[in-house]
Ligand binder design. Structure first.
Ligand code: HEC
Length: 192
């Protein structure tokens, strides 16, 4: 009887402390460094592909890069690292943010409104996902002039681009952004 009670107490303690138990501060810092490297690779690879397609065929051709190549790059990096790596946004074309991501994206917008540059804006935290501890990392993505071709106001988006975007994303909300706005974020979920 006592043994069972002790086991139950131990299990309760583990459940209570589980979220933070398995990652030291230096391990967490190392994971954050690795996350930074992964989003850098994602961003650089995508930027290269986007610029190539823009040069070759303008924004209409480049939509294909964002539509098909971007998720592919995310998948390749996810496979390589063993983590979930993707992009999301408060006004997503593709991946909707979950509750935690929504909170972080809102915090990013608030930090931006306070004058912080999106360049180094990030957030990392150990959180429970489906009862398991995970390290979650997000890095803000700022809007540049080039992005307005497909994320700007209706006047800024060329007609042929608008037509193709409407076909691919009939419920599109990822427009109306201005230079410097936070378009979204890279998001990473790591097992601990
Ligand atoms: C040629 C058109 C085009 C350009 C230019 C473009 N995007 Fe996109 N963007 C898209 C499309 C299409 C998607 C949806 C991709 C998908 O289905 O996964 C997207 C998705 C995104 C997402 C993921 C969130 C979401 O809405 O699903 C982010 C973040 C993003 N773009 C940021 C940018 C930034 C920053 C730039 C400028 C450096 C940029 N985009 C330039 C077309 C474009």
């Amino acid at each position: 009887m006592r043994k069972i009670q002790m086991l139950a107490t131990a299990a309760a303690l583990l459940a209570a402390t589980g979220a933070q138990a398995e990652l030291t501060e230096s391990e967490k810092q190392e994971r954050i460094e690795q996350s930074r490297a992964a989003v850098k690779e994602f961003g650089m690879t995508l930027k290269g592909e986007l610029q190539k397609a823009m040069k070759a065929g303008g924004p209409v051709q480049a939509i294909e890069v964002c539509h098909s190549v971007a998720p592919q790059i995310a998948e390749n990096i996810s496979e390589k690292t063993g983590w979930e790596v993707y992009r999301t946004s408060l006004k997503p074309r593709n991946v909707r943010p979950d509750a935690w991501e929504t909170g972080v994206l809102e915090q990013f917008d608030a930090r931006r409104a306070d004058g912080e540059s999106p360049k180094k804006m990030e957030h990392a935290e150990v959180v429970e996902v489906d009862g398991e501890s995970r390290l979650r990392y997000m890095k803000a993505i700022g809007t540049k002039g080039l992005c307005l071709n497909c994320h700007g106001t209706r006047e800024q988006i060329p007609d042929n681009v608008e037509a193709k975007l409407e076909k691919l994303y009939p419920e599109d909300r990822a427009i109306g952004y201005q230079k410097g706005d936070i378009r979204g974020a890279f998001s990473i979920i790591q097992d601990i």
